[in-house]
Design a protein around this ligand. Structure first.
Ligand SMILES: C[S@@+](CC[C@H](N)C(=O)[O-])C[C@H]1O[C@@H](n2cnc3c(N)ncnc32)[C@H](O)[C@@H]1O
Length: 232
C-alpha cells in the first residue's frame, strides 16, 4: 500500500476479474451487476446518480462500507433513499454486494474504488444528504497515519459533496482517532456539532450499525459516535 489514491486499473489485489482477461474472470466481474460496479463501468466524470439508481431520490454515501451491514439495514429501512457505498477492498465490496443482490435492494450500490479518488473526481457538489464513515482504519503505526481516510482533505470533500443541512456521521472505537476527528471538524467552519446518537441495545445479531460495531461492542469496547451538520 502506498497511501496514494487507488486506481482500479492498478494491477494489485484490488484488480477486477475482467482485468485478468479470461471469460470466467469477465463473468465474475459482471455477476453482481448492478449492485457492484467499478470506475471502469462509468465515464471518467461526475457520477450521474439519477442514471445509476433510475430515480432522483435523496442520496447518502458510506465511505469504507466493509461487509455492508449498514447499507443492507439502511437500504431496507429507508427504501426512498439511495445509498452508495465506496469500498476499495473488492473482496469485501463483492461480499457486501452479494448481500444486496440476495435481498434485491434496488436503492443500494457499491462502488469498488478508493474514496480519496472517488470523492474529488466523481461526486458532484452538494449531491448528498448524508455521509457516513464508520470505524475507518486507524493505521496505528506513526509512519502509516497519513493513510487515514478521515483527514482535513476528506473533510473539505465532505463539506463540498454534502448539501446544506446534510449530515456527517463518524463512529470509531479508537479514542485517539476520535479526538483527531473532533479537532479537525472543530477547525472546519463548514460544520456544526450535533448531539451524538445514543447507544442502542441490539435485538439480534444483525441489529448493529456495522459489522465493526458488533465486533467492538462484543469485546466490551467504548464506541465513540459523532455527527455534524453541514452549515448553509
Ligand atoms: C475497519 S473497516 C470498517 C468497515 C465498516 N465500516 C464497519 O464498520 O464494519 C474499514 C474499511 O474501510 C475500507 N477503506 C479504507 N480506506 C479506504 C479508501 N481509501 N477507500 C475505500 N475504502 C477504504 C477498508 O477496506 C475497510 O473495509
Amino acid at each position: 500500500m502506498t497511501g496514494e489514491p487507488r486506481d482500479t486499473n492498478a494491477a494489485d489485489r484490488f484488480q477486477t476479474g475482467a482485468a485478468l482477461g479470461t471469460p470466467e474472470a469477465a463473468r465474475l466481474e459482471n455477476d453482481l451487476a448492478p449492485y457492484f460496479f467499478t470506475l471502469r463501468d462509468v465515464p471518467p466524470s461526475a457520477l450521474d446518480f439519477a442514471l445509476l439508481f433510475g430515480n432522483d431520490h435523496p442520496l447518502e454515501i458510506e465511505v469504507g462500507s466493509g461487509r455492508g451491514l449498514f447499507l443492507v439495514n439502511a437500504g431496507t429501512t429507508c427504501p426512498a433513499t439511495n445509498f452508495l457505498g465506496i469500498e476499495y477492498d473488492f473482496k469485501e465490496a463483492r461480499r457486501a454486494a452479494r448481500r444486496l443482490q440476495k435481498r434485491e435492494l434496488p436503492n443500494v450500490r457499491i462502488l469498488g474504488a478508493d474514496v480519496t479518488l472517488v470523492l474529488p473526481r466523481y461526486v458532484p457538489d452538494a449531491c448528498a444528504r448524508a455521509l457516513h464513515i464508520y470505524f475507518p482504519d486507524p493505521w496505528w503505526k506513526r509512519r502509516h497515519k497519513r493513510r487515514r481516510v478521515f483527514n482535513a482533505e476528506f473533510l473539505n470533500q465532505a463539506a463540498r459533496v454534502l448539501a446544506p443541512g446534510g449530515l456527517l456521521h463518524a463512529w470509531t472505537d479508537v479514542e485517539e482517532y476520535f479526538g483527531v476527528m473532533m479537532s479537525l471538524v472543530a477547525a472546519n467552519p463548514a460544520f456544526a456539532s450535533l448531539p451524538p446518537p445514543p447507544e442502542r441495545e441490539a435485538a439480534h445479531d444483525m441489529d448493529y450499525h456495522t459489522s465493526f460495531e458488533r465486533k467492538k461492542r462484543k469485546l466490551g469496547l467504548t464506541i465513540y459516535r459523532a455527527r455534524w451538520v453541514r452549515r448553509s
